[in-house]
Design a protein around this ligand. Structure first.
Ligand SMILES: [Fe+2]
Ligand SMILES: [Fe+2]
Length: 395
């Protein structure tokens, strides 16, 4: 199986992973042979990448860290929690941050959120979500193919997956992992109090609009702050996920110490330091947001975003946590189409077929086309045995 840009998909190719619509109805099942009509309809629905099963990559197994069933369950819990809370704010007239915070703290909104069935269901379902991730120690990539309308909810699920895999490496207990899951599921819920036109604006935000967006962590915190049984991390992930190590983040300009020193505690040690769980969330949030396709732009390639996180180490992100991230997330996800950049196979293209656990960034690749884009008899190369070979993702 391989991930392919929809522009390169041709009639006759076989779908490798089921595609779902906005309400999680099955659009096309695994194994369906794509026709021109299907491909056009997928393009019209905004799908940019799909998984394709073909003979050349039949041996490539792309493992999703969570099952479709759990993924859909979690995404629906988030979607419904957002919807119900949103329905309580339709007639609220508040335009300043202070007045919005005041209205979040009214019983009408608090109850619509806390007492809602979907939120209660989410708190229950979180157990099976965390359980499924207990056996995963590394990711082969974040593989979800998303429908655009549900970006926020699917982004929330994938940031939870990545954060939990990192936190597991740091030996967080199951209760903390549950708190992380709830916090990540709801990390952007504060955005419902901001004008949708600003949130979905494709172009650059004005300074005034950006100031409004920067309030969403505080709004999310206000909504969650007095729920007893969800734990401290759950509310501080929404509050702190845009903070930075160098104090230049928002909303409070907290600082980090670039160390893993807080794995047993989620409480504050210093007033102005942000908590480690939120430092993990900050990495997961940027990684997933950057690789995601949006209606107005294709996602950045995973290898590029991997380097982006690395370059933010120490300033934007906790240095020791970035090292931890690099130990669980491969630079080139399994199933990615890649192009060799140097050496005797320069400009040959192929697919990442498996990871080397010792050297996650040096996977095995099956080359399928030569530099002139002609199909060749496929053969495998192992990047871990050639330290000079360099490549890039092309999908
Ligand atoms: Fe956010
Ligand atoms: Fe986010």
């Amino acid at each position: 199986m391989r991930r392919m840009h929809i522009q390169n998909v041709e009639p006759g190719m076989m779908l490798g992973k089921t595609l779902y619509g906005d309400n999680y109805e099955v659009l096309l099942n695994t194994g369906v042979v794509l026709t021109e009509d299907y491909i056009n309809r997928l393009k019209n629905r905004g799908f940019i990448k799909v998984y394709i099963d073909d003979e050349e990559t039949a041996d490539v197994v792309i493992k999703d860290p969570i099952s479709d069933k759990i993924r859909i369950m979690a995404t629906k819990d988030i979607l419904k929690t957002y919807e119900l809370t949103q329905s309580a704010i339709v007639n609220i007239e508040a335009d300043t941050a202070e007045s919005i915070i005041k209205s979040i703290n009214t019983p009408k909104i608090k109850n619509a959120f806390q007492e809602s069935q979907p939120f209660k269901q989410m708190c229950k379902d979180i157990n099976s979500f965390v359980d499924e991730l207990m056996n995963e120690n590394i990711l082969s990539g974040l593989n979800s193919i998303r429908s655009f309308d549900n970006y926020t909810f699917e982004h929330s699920v994938d940031t939870a997956v990545l954060s939990i895999i990192i936190a597991k490496k740091l030996f967080f207990n199951k209760d903390k992992l549950r708190q992380i899951a709830i916090g990540e599921f709801l990390h952007d819920i504060g955005k419902i109090f901001i004008d949708e036109k600003i949130i979905n604006k494709p172009g650059k935000l004005t300074a005034e609009e950006y100031e409004q967006v920067k309030q969403h962590p505080a709004y999310g915190y206000e909504l969650l702050k007095d729920i007893d049984n969800i734990g401290e991390a759950s509310r501080h992930i929404p509050y702190q996920h845009h903070e930075r190590q160098d104090g230049k983040g928002y909303p409070r300009g907290l600082r980090g110490n670039n160390k893993i020193d807080d794995s047993s505690s989620v409480g504050y040690t210093e007033q102005d330091k942000f908590i480690m769980i939120a430092e993990i969330a900050a990495i997961a949030d940027v990684y997933d947001a950057c690789i995601s396709d949006r209606p107005y732009r294709k996602g950045l390639s995973p290898d590029f975003v991997y380097e982006l996180i690395k370059s933010g180490s120490g300033t934007q992100f906790n240095r020791e946590l970035v090292d931890c991230f690099l130990g669980v997330m491969p630079k080139y996800p399994v199933g990615s189409e890649v192009r060799i950049k140097n050496g005797i196979y320069k400009d040959f293209t192929g697919v990442v077929i498996s990871l080397n656990i010792q050297q996650l960034s040096k996977p095995k690749v099956k080359l399928l086309c030569d530099a002139k884009k002609n199909k060749i008899k496929p053969f495998e190369i192992d990047l871990s045995s050639d330290s000079t070979m360099d490549m890039e993702c092309i999908c």
